[in-house]
Design a protein around this ligand. Sequence first.
Ligand code: DSN
Length: 414
Amino acid sequence: MKLIEKDKEIGDLIEKEKERQETSLEMIPSENHTSSAVRSALGSILTDKYAEGYPGKRYYAGLEYYDQIEDICRERAKKLFNVVHANVQPYSGSPANQAVYFAVLNPGDTVMGMSLPHGGHLTHGWKVNFSAKYYNSVQYEVSKETNLLDYNAIQKQVQEIKPHLIWAGATAYSRLFDWKRLGEIADSVGAYLAADIAHIAGLVVAGVHPSPVPFVHIVTTTTHKTLRGPRGGIIMITEKGLAKDPELVKKIDKAVFPGLQGGPHENNIAGIAVCLKEAGTSEFKEYAQQIVNNAKTLALALIGCGFKLVTDGTDNHLILINLQNKNILGAEAQDRLERAGITVNKNSIPFDPNPPFKPSGLRLGTPAITTRGMKEPEMEMIANWINEVISDENNCQKVRQEIKELCKNFPLPE
Ligand code: DSN
């Protein structure tokens, strides 16, 4: 029986959301549209069973096929990212990062990560998060002049602080990471270096962003952003990580289960396995390259419309607009664009004079609209629409109609 016949209330809302996605542009850089193959695995009977433990060592019976699925998923992750171990059980990115703390630190140990308002993540030691409440967190920031990571300054700070763990990775940084330099900095004080590549994982596997793997000990990622899978998390250990700590595989696996989680969501793990297979194809490489080409085109077109971008452009999938010269705050801009059919999110900019709930920036990205097949000409149109809506609220309805027309030519993946 169809969902809509069994539960009309929920079925109707899902249909409405589908129509919303079909007729508008999803431009939050951490979001994407999954394939129907990924969604089939996710919505399969694999949601029915408990599977506490790991393949071959479970606490429940009846897991012959679950074991094979999780093994395939782990092997695909190892091959795709070129790592020696992958744990595919974390429920998402924050639990994956939490497991890293649990595996390699004791409460009170010192951790360094990029400050959230400068582009980092909550779990990299931001003050309201467990990572700063249970650990001694010291944050590094971007340069005031360039808004870029200043590796000399980070090195100096690391030498003074001598952290046990350093996080590298971001949610709102539009430039490449110098993993080699970060590796040297961590090694100089004997710290673990963990790369959180949640935003850029799809770009990394496609080779359009340098891989951190040769230079870091641990890599974490979500699976639903540029990687285009279901919501989930992976923790990976590199050769360098194993050389630093031969117990690292055991420590990470024990931290995930039984340390922090119970039964893994094996339907999700099957969906991740499918997305990892898709991410190993030549079509995916082209897709990832197009994400970056689109972001660069959009960035230039926005600059052409008088927008000021943090770091003046992008090397990856995301753009951070500094709205201070436009006399509008991020929240109002986000609301206007939503009414016009462009979904983006308000975001702090480095050294933002305004509070996080009323920040001066707007974060947008190209992964989802690139999945729909949009290319450079559409990026020019989108920049003009953003400009029209930010310049004059009265343009929202006109732009909404134009976006609906554009979306008819770029269906969601089926
Ligand atoms: N919430 C994610 C993002 O939007 O970037 C980070 O975890």
